[in-house]
Design a binder for this molecule. Structure first.
Ligand code: CA
Length: 355
């Protein structure tokens, strides 16, 4: 009975401790929460990441680097830089021209007039030639870039608006939401691409600029420039250029039109029809992918979306840490209890000693 009594005493003492150990066992599982919840957090991040990546057309601000003069008499239809020289085409019957313009002063360095029957439209450079569209004449003129002499022409169906060259194809707009990809040798159509923004076709595509995998486009009557994925046709970002139009005439035809990439500055020259100024600008936060491998930063909206989950995870981790702290504090008591159980029971009488 003495041993039994001792055992009961030990059990009585160990009882609360064992209870604590049982709790500790649970707490160890909870104590592992700091390892579990970060993993849970990663799962949440991975779960929501694809949703964030689907966000497509972003509005991008532009930054004006410098402003330059522009011939107010130029009804700008095409603008392109090549090896440091700026070329511009102008429209209207009787006023259409091809020009070389000093990009700093805006001075017209040389120009050639088109026949009065032709309404000039977009231009682009292919090798040592400049190709110019006409509005409704269904003729593309090919100029020698050195002499500005017409050395060839192509025919096509429908209207001609904007033109750029991506190194393989001529990319052409006609005022609709379609871009046609043409063989630069014979102007034959090799592909047609529907341009969409959030699934909706974008009409009035006008002056174009090919930069890597992106086709930038002025949209007629709109103070925005859109960046189009050349493969999918989806608008990846919209550049708000309204600040550039503020000091220009608000005439019906005096619209933003003319975008030329300036590779040496990684910037764009922007102007409009009959505008007094031309601006060198950069597109802030814009993505100008050259090979499609540029990773996108996590959108701010995505971070806002997961903020509640982050707060909940942080709260649980803190709570678990507090319970773990409780176990740590009780741990010395457990050690003391174990030492007490290891001591021989105090002698009570001779009979007990004899057993
Ligand atoms: Ca252009």
């Amino acid at each position: 009975m003495g041993n039994t009594s001792c055992s009961e005493q030990v059990q009585a003492r160990l009882g609360p401790i064992l209870t604590s150990m049982e709790h500790r066992s649970d707490m160890i599982r909870l104590g592992s929460a700091p390892h579990v919840f970060p993993a849970l957090l990663v799962v949440l991040l991975l779960t929501f990441a694809p949703v964030a990546a689907e966000g497509s057309s972003e509005v991008t601000e532009l930054h004006v680097i410098s402003s330059h003069s522009h011939d107010e008499g130029a009804f700008t239809q095409g603008l392109e830089m090549h090896e440091g020289s700026l070329y511009e085409s102008t429209g209207l019957y009787g006023s259409s021209s091809l020009r070389e313009v000093d990009p700093s002063s805006g001075e017209v360095l040389r120009q050639t007039q088109l026949d009065q029957s032709l309404f000039g439209e977009g231009i682009t450079i292919v090798g040592d030639t400049i190709v110019m569209l006409t509005w409704r004449e269904e003729i593309a003129l090919v100029f020698d870039i050195v002499t500005f002499e017409i050395i060839a022409n192509h025919t096509y169906s429908g209207e001609g608006w904007g033109l750029c060259y991506d190194g393989n194809h001529l990319v052409m707009s006609n005022g609709t939401s379609d871009l046609t990809f043409r063989n630069p040798s014979d102007f034959s159509v090799e592909a047609t691409l529907l341009v969409t923004n959030q699934g909706i076709g974008v009409d009035f595509l006008n002056e174009l600029e090919c930069v890597g995998q992106t086709v930038y486009a002025n949209v007629w009557g709109n103070d925005s420039i859109i960046a189009i994925n050349k493969t999918t046709g989806e608008v990846e970002s919209t550049i708000d250029a309204s600040v550039l139009a503020e000091n220009e005439s608000d005439g019906y035809n005096d619209v933003l039109n003319g975008i030329a990439y300036f590779p040496e500055r990684d910037a764009f020259l922007i102007t409009g029809k009959n505008w007094t100024s031309m601006h060198l600008v950069s597109f802030e936060n814009s993505q100008t992918p050259s090979d499609g491998n540029i990773s996108k930063p996590l959108p701010l909206n995505f971070l806002k979306g997961i903020l509640p989950f982050l707060l909940i995870a942080a709260f649980v981790i803190i709570l678990s840490s507090m319970r773990l702290l409780s176990v740590i504090i009780r741990f010395p008591l457990l050690i003391i209890a174990r030492r007490q159980t290891e001591k021989p029971p105090p002698p009570t009488d001779g009979r007990s000693r004899g057993e």
